[in-house]
Design a binder for this molecule. Structure first.
Ligand SMILES: *Cc1c(COP(=O)(O)O)cnc(C)c1O
Length: 381
């Protein structure tokens, strides 16, 4: 049996929505995008959702809105996707890596204050696997030192922290609709903002900084004449992707339930096993279950995590690792690193992300479980 690491949940709704958009002839940003934005804002209890072509663009925009300057520093978890760090470098600012918690793999709040100096201007909190970070404590630190706070919620739709939707808490929250994320449009992203000024500004920045968007320019409402009022970017989404995203959005809670069910099956199977440590979700928050991160007790078996992954692959179970910590990359190991990362090291040596995609059948879930357990048994110490 072959189990892919991920497979998007595409039904006739998504296919028909994409085909209809192609047939109607408006392929770039237009009505489908605006419809999606309205709906996404409502799902996340936020006033303004600005659709973009990626979450990376959304993070870049969030930093621009906070006036990040060359030489400024921004604190981020060391265990995240490289996009969280690269956007800081786009602005010639400096990412400062912070260790994570062993159990949630989120930023370790107790280690943030030790990293703050006069150049630190902000924090990007990343909600690992869809589990929200300790937001109250992070907000307290941000307020105390007057730092901006941005949420990288690429994994965290739909997630909740103490009854609040992720996307409604901070001034800027970035989401991803990349092919493997919980809403899969192929490519796409979104920035939730609270102020109408920021929303208006970003709506022209995403399309070259021109004063009227193409949608208006090319309808009867528009004219050929426009002004460029700012240095703009080419960060707009296209309506084909947004039409797919809207169909996925309409299934949000069905997709969530399917992922949660798979997570429950895995938890039940691995909780009692001496070879594994299951992932802990804190009681006061709700995850999107974007990933299923399992940790191997490497002391209890004779093979490394890397070999474990190879064995799984041979048996047809495709997995991944989230993430290779940023301090291990050639480009990023030259950045200021002012603390050790014992917890990130601990997680990196043990962690495997198992397949958790809506539509996985019971026999596929059971095959993953059986395979994981039998490899551990085969190589037990
Ligand atoms: C996927 C991901 C991103 C980037 O999303 P794109 O839409 O591909 O730009 C950013 N941060 C994290 C944590 C991610 O997993």
């Amino acid at each position: 049996m072959q189990i892919p690491f991920h497979k998007p949940y595409i039904t006739n709704n998504e296919i028909e929505a994409a085909v209809e958009t192609i047939k109607n002839g408006w392929l770039t940003m237009g009505h489908k995008t605006f419809e999606f934005e309205k709906s996404f804002a409502s799902y996340t209890d936020c006033k303004f959702s600005i659709a973009l072509n990626s979450c990376t663009a959304a993070l870049h925009f969030a930093l621009l809105c906070n006036n990040l300057k060359p030489g400024d520093k921004v604190i981020i978890p060391v265990n995240t996707f490289v996009a969280t760090a690269e956007v800081i470098c786009y602005l010639n600012a400096i990412p400062v890596f912070c260790d994570i918690e062993k159990d949630t793999h989120n930023i370790d709040v107790s280690k943030i204050e030790g990293l703050i100096d006069k150049d630190v201007k902000g924090i990007i909190a990343v909600h690992y696997s869809g589990q929200p970070c300790d937001m109250d404590e992070i907000i307290e630190i941000a307020n105390k030192y007057k730092l901006f706070l941005i949420e990288d919620a690429a994994h965290a739709f739909p997630s909740e922290y103490k009854g609040q939707k992720i996307g409604s808490i901070s001034d800027y929250t970035a989401f991803s609709f990349y092919a493997t994320k919980t809403i899969a449009a192929g490519e796409g992203g979104c920035l939730n903002v609270k102020e109408s000024d920021a929303s208006d500004k970003l709506k022209h920045l995403r399309l070259h900084g021109i004063s009227k968007d193409a949608w208006k320019r090319y309808t009867n409402e528009g004219t050929w004449k426009y002004d460029v009022v700012d240095l703009g970017y080419k960060y707009n989404p296209n309506d084909i992707a947004m039409a797919i995203a809207k169909e996925q959005l309409d299934k949000t809670y069905d997709l969530l339930e399917m992922r949660k069910k798979i997570s429950d099956c895995y938890d039940e199977a691995f909780d009692e096993s001496p070879y594994f440590e299951i992932y802990n979700i804190k009681k006061d928050r709700k995850s999107s279950y974007h990933l299923y991160p399992l940790k191997i007790n490497i002391e209890s078996i004779t093979i490394s995590r890397d070999i474990f992954i190879e064995e799984l692959k041979i048996a047809g179970v495709n997995t991944s690792v989230h993430f290779i910590p940023l301090n291990k990359f050639s480009y990023y190991k030259n950045f200021v690193i002012s603390q050790d990362f014992p917890n990130s090291e601990y997680v990196y040596n043990r962690q495997i992300s198992l397949p958790i995609w809506p539509g996985m059948k019971e026999n596929e879930i059971n095959y993953v479980i059986k395979t994981v357990l039998s490899i551990a048994e085969k190589y037990k110490r």
